[in-house]
Design a protein around this ligand. Structure first.
Ligand code: ASP
Length: 338
């Protein structure tokens, strides 16, 4: 069974013409929609492979609402919105009135009254972005920047863009390994869903059983589990390493970081088992010497910093498409221009 079929497809993301108006989760979106995001992101690079700027969001206001810590995601959303000529407000949640007892609903309604067009939301509760889009601010484009262990759709799309740009291969022809804390990782969940939707037939999940989610066997025939790292990464085209999500683990799932490194750390010997042109990815933040050795993180096969740049292009694409989808839904524009 396809991972997308395990969840109720979130049609709330699409407007009546089938275009994106919120971006909450990969599940329920078609290959065509994901490809449109990737193609739009790619169009924001010029011939010299540099990111461009344009005025697609001129006069629009993007509010970054990060209820949970972030470095890359928050900053690249800000960079993306500014490249589209939007006004950007970073709301300091720790200093906001939510800390004085105001409900999330009231905070958001107040921000909405300040003429926000897009909310970029990160929250530690799974489902937060969906709740805001459905029950609180349906007329504002909501972009999920990571909700609990549920989803991180823009990370998945920047991962897909990086794979497409760096390997130049078709998703159907690649073997892709995801290693580490699958159970608590919203990145793993969104990556698997995106890979399945884009047609990858050989997704390998490498982890100890303690770091696998419940019901994992039902993800589908295109997703295989490997407990032994050496078996899983053999002949892979892409390796995605993940951080152990200590903030989401209540009881010890591992004896120690050193033990994890011994069993699942990506080092030179293990990488040599993959294809010679295999690329290495990591969503960050990296724990060097736990899930990845520094010689690999900084080595020639690493595309970890390219992921960050691609993240700006993908976030530009998602902001522009969702804004246009939202305006189309409200009858303010006829067709999608991007
Ligand atoms: N930055 C990613 C996330 O927000 C991955 C991580 O934190 O390990 O989920």
């Amino acid at each position: 069974m396809h991972l997308a079929a395990l969840h109720t497809p979130s049609q709330i993301q699409l407007n009546k013409d089938g275009n994106l108006k919120h971006f909450i989760t990969i599940e329920g979106l078609s290959k065509q929609t994901l490809t449109k995001i990737l193609d739009t992101a790619q169009s924001f690079f010029n011939d010299q492979n540099q990111l461009i700027t344009n005025n697609l969001l001129e006069g629009r206001t993007v509010m970054n609402l990060f209820f949970e810590n972030s470095t890359r995601t928050r900053t690249t959303f800000e960079a993306a919105a500014k490249r589209l000529s939007a006004n950007v407000l970073n709301i300091d949640i720790a200093r906001s009135s939510t800390s004085k007892g105001e409900t999330l609903r009231d905070t958001l309604w107040n921000l909405e009254a300040m003429a926000a067009d897009i909310f970029v939301v990160r929250h530690s509760s799974s489902g937060a972005a969906h709740f805001i889009a459905k029950d609180v601010c349906p007329n504002i484009a909501i972009i999920n920047a990571g909700d609990g262990r549920h989803a991180h759709p823009t990370q998945a799309m920047l991962d897909m863009l990086t794979i497409r740009r760096e390997t130049k291969k078709d998703f159907a022809d690649m073997s892709i390994a995801i290693i580490g804390d699958i159970k608590h990782s919203r990145v793993a969940r969104s990556d698997v869903a995106a890979l399945q939707t884009l047609g990858c037939k050989d997704i390998r999940v490498i982890a100890p059983n303690t770091l696998l989610p419940f019901g994992f066997e039902e993800y589908g025939a295109d997703v295989r589990l490997f407990n032994k790292m050496e078996d899983g990464i053999r002949d892979c085209d892409v390796i995605i390493t993940l951080r152990i999500q200590n903030e989401r683990i209540d009881s010890p799932a591992l004896s120690s970081p050193a033990e994890f490194y011994k069993m699942y750390g990506l080092n030179k010997e293990r990488l040599a088992l993959a294809k010679p042109d295999c690329i290495v990815m990591h969503p960050g933040p990296m724990n060097r010497g736990v899930e990845i050795d520094s010689s690999i993180a900084d080595g020639p096969q690493s595309v970890i910093l390219n992921q960050v740049t691609n993240g700006i292009a993908v976030r530009m694409a998602v902001l522009a498409l969702a804004m246009q989808g939202q305006l189309q839904e409200q009858g303010l524009i006829e067709a999608i221009a991007v």
